[in-house]
Design a protein around this ligand. Structure first.
Ligand SMILES: NC(=O)c1ccc[n+]([C@@H]2O[C@H](COP(=O)([O-])OP(=O)(O)OC[C@H]3O[C@@H](n4cnc5c(N)ncnc54)[C@H](OP(=O)(O)O)[C@@H]3O)[C@@H](O)[C@H]2O)c1
Length: 286
């Protein structure tokens, strides 16, 4: 598996398996299958309510913990130094591990500087190997990166052939921060399947448009974490290391990029309100 070296020297796989919207009761089965077909990076989050399923899978899969790379994320309701610290311990317990490889702030809202301090402390205590951000668009990213003692190792952003994040990449470069792509398959958007540029390249290489879309990301050294509950698709999504796009083919994908926020934007107050209250459906009393 191709790896990416983070800005603190930690190596992580460039391709992994994400479990957003994998129901808790399915999560152990899906993560076990993902590991059995070769995934070593698993991406979960407190707000996915399936960390326990990930924990069961990684302790029962037979692959040593040291060969797995676990990412989780602190949700908004756990923001602030004290609450974030307690939530890190809770995630460790649910994940059945004594360290998290990569811990992220899930959303750029509420007391995220307090959360960051708790994360830096967790690194010093050996509970976490690397820390980073998610959904921090260039303005908030720079604010956080300047504030941080430990510079963010990654920023997990919606990144795919239709949302290529060139501006974000440029702002993050001086801090050595890598893009980690969520929604690398455009969250199942049928336009990805039918796109003629991707379809043409897929035919040339005997691959699917989805495999071309993932290859495009890993060839830019962008860490990608496609999700599927189907083992055949898990295998396909991992099978992108036996071909390479030429520089001209990489360029031919660039015009597929659409303006930032073409579907939804973290700068839209309605989205901010939605995310701030997202947890209520799981914890009505909070
Ligand atoms: N930081 C954040 O705010 C954030 C937000 C969203 C996601 N994430 C992370 O990023 C991961 C991936 O993002 P995502 O799950 O939103 O979207 P995604 O991986 O881009 O797309 C997942 C969708 O594509 C389908 N799919 C998967 N493989 C396929 C294939 N080979 N051919 C055709 N369709 C395929 C899946 O369906 P089936 O399952 O039915 O196969 C599912 O509907 C998440 O699981 C999560 O870990 C993070």
């Amino acid at each position: 598996m191709q790896t990416v070296k983070l800005n603190n020297g930690v190596e992580m796989p460039v391709l992994g398996y994400g479990v957003f919207q994998v129901p808790p009761e399915m999560c152990e089965r899906c993560v076990s299958e993902a590991i059995s077909v070769g995934y070593r990076l698993i991406d979960t989050a407190q707000a996915y309510y399936n960390e326990e399923g990930v924990g069961r899978a990684i302790t029962r899969c037979g692959v040593p913990r040291s060969q797995l790379f676990l990412t989780t994320k602190i949700w908004i309701t756990n923001a602030g130094e004290e609450k974030a610290a307690a939530s890190i311990d809770e995630s460790l317990r649910k994940l059945r591990t004594d360290y998290i490889d990569l811990l992220l702030i899930h959303q750029p809202f509420s007391d995220y500087t307090g959360t960051w301090r708790a994360m830096e402390k967790a690194v010093r205590e050996g509970k976490v190997r690397a820390i980073g951000l998610s959904n921090f668009y260039p303005d908030r990213f720079v604010d956080m990166a300047e504030y941080a003692e430990i510079k963010p190792a990654v920023n997990q952003l919606k990144t795919n052939v239709f949302s290529q994040q060139w501006d974000a990449e440029a702002e993050m470069k001086p801090y050595g921060t890598h893009i980690m792509a969520w929604g690398p398959l455009a969250q199942g958007d049928p336009d990805l399947q039918s796109n003629p540029v991707l379809a043409g390249l897929a035919e040339k290489y005997g691959k699917t448009p989805q495999q071309v879309a993932l290859r495009y990301l890993v060839q830019r050294d962008i860490i990608a974490i496609p999700k599927s509950t189907h083992v055949e698709r898990m295998k396909q999504n991992l099978d992108v290391f036996d071909f390479a796009l030429t520089p001209e083919e990489m360029e031919s994908i660039r015009p597929l990029d659409k303006p930032a926020g073409f579907r939804w934007s973290h700068r839209d107050p309605e989205l901010v309100k939605f995310l701030l209250s997202y947890d209520k459906q799981f914890n009505p009393d909070k």
